[in-house]
Design a protein around this ligand. Structure first.
Ligand code: 6GU
Length: 228
C-alpha cells in the first residue's frame, strides 16, 4: 500500500490520468491511494494569493512560503512522509532506479512547481528530494507528478498482472526490451524471426537477451556504462 498526496494549484490537471490508466486497477484494489490537495484555499487575503514577485526583481512569480507551509503541515497531521518531493526541471533526473526505490515508500508528498519556482526556503528546509522527469521544460509540475505516480504505482505488487509484469520492462536491468511479435507470423510478406517459432525456450531466451544487448548498444549506449 502506497499513498500519494499531491499539492497543486491546478488540481483539475490531475483528475483524468489516474481515472483511466492502468493505475486505476491499483486504486480500486486498495494498493494505491492518491489525494490531490488544492493549494488555492491556503492562499493569503481575499484573493487567496499563493505567489508573489521575486526579491531582487525579475520576471516571473514565486510560490510563497506561508500558503505552501500551511498546506504541508495540514497534510502532515497524522502521517509521516518518506519523502517530500518537489517536482522541478532543476531536480535530479528521474530514472527506473529512482522509481524502484520510491516504490518501497508508504507515504509520499509531491509538490507541483509553477511560475518561476518555489521560495528557496521551502526547498532548503522542508523538501527532501527534488525530481525532474527529463531535460525539457513543462508549464507546471502536474504532468510530471502524474508520470512519477504512474512509474512508481505500477511497481507495487498486485497492480500489474503477469502479462504486464514490470520485470520485463525496458530499463529494469539497464537494457532496452527485445522486439515482440504477434499473429500472424506472415503479414503481407513480413515474416518474424524463425527462432520464435522453434518452441525451444532456452534458445528463445538467449535470442531475446542478445536482441536486448544489441538494441541497447545501438540506441542507448549510455545505459551500458551504468555498471553498478
Ligand atoms: Cl518536474 N517540472 C517542470 N515544470 N518541467 C519539467 C519537469 C518538472 N521535469 C522536466 N521538465
Amino acid at each position: 500500500m502506497i499513498h500519494f498526496d499531491i499539492i497543486s494549484i491546478q488540481p483539475g490537471l490531475l483528475e483524468s490520468p489516474f481515472q483511466h490508466s492502468i493505475l486505476k486497477r491499483g486504486i480500486d484494489k486498495g494498493l494505491i491511494s492518491i489525494h490531490v490537495e488544492d493549494l488555492r484555499p491556503y492562499g493569503l487575503g481575499k484573493h487567496k494569493q499563493v505567489d508573489d514577485y521575486q526579491y531582487g526583481g525579475g520576471a516571473g512569480m514565486v510560490m510563497m512560503c506561508e500558503p505552501m507551509m500551511n498546506c504541508i503541515e495540514k497534510l502532515q497531521t497524522g502521517k509521516k512522509y518518506d519523502e517530500i518531493i518537489f517536482l522541478t526541471p532543476d531536480g535530479a533526473r528521474m530514472d527506473q532506479k529512482m522509481a524502484n526505490k520510491l516504490s518501497l515508500s508508504g507515504n509520499l508528498l509531491l509538490i507541483c512547481g509553477h511560475y518561476k519556482g518555489l521560495d528557496e526556503r521551502i526547498r532548503e528546509n522542508v523538501v527532501t528530494l527534488e525530481i525532474s522527469i527529463g531535460d525539457y521544460v513543462l508549464s507546471g509540475g502536474e504532468l510530471a507528478a502524474a508520470v512519477l505516480v504512474d512509474s512508481i504505482g505500477r511497481l507495487i505488487p498486485g497492480v500489474l498482472n503477469d502479462e504486464t509484469s514490470a520485470l520485463t520492462d525496458s530499463f529494469q536491468d539497464d537494457l532496452l526490451a527485445p522486439p515482440v511479435y504477434t499473429r500472424p507470423s506472415n503479414f503481407r510478406g513480413w515474416t518474424i524471426p524463425d527462432i520464435l517459432l522453434s518452441g525451444d525456450d532456452s534458445k528463445i531466451d538467449n535470442w531475446r537477451y542478445e536482441q536486448q544487448l544489441q538494441r541497447t548498444k545501438e540506441r542507448r549506449p549510455d545505459l551500458l556504462e551504468n555498471e553498478d
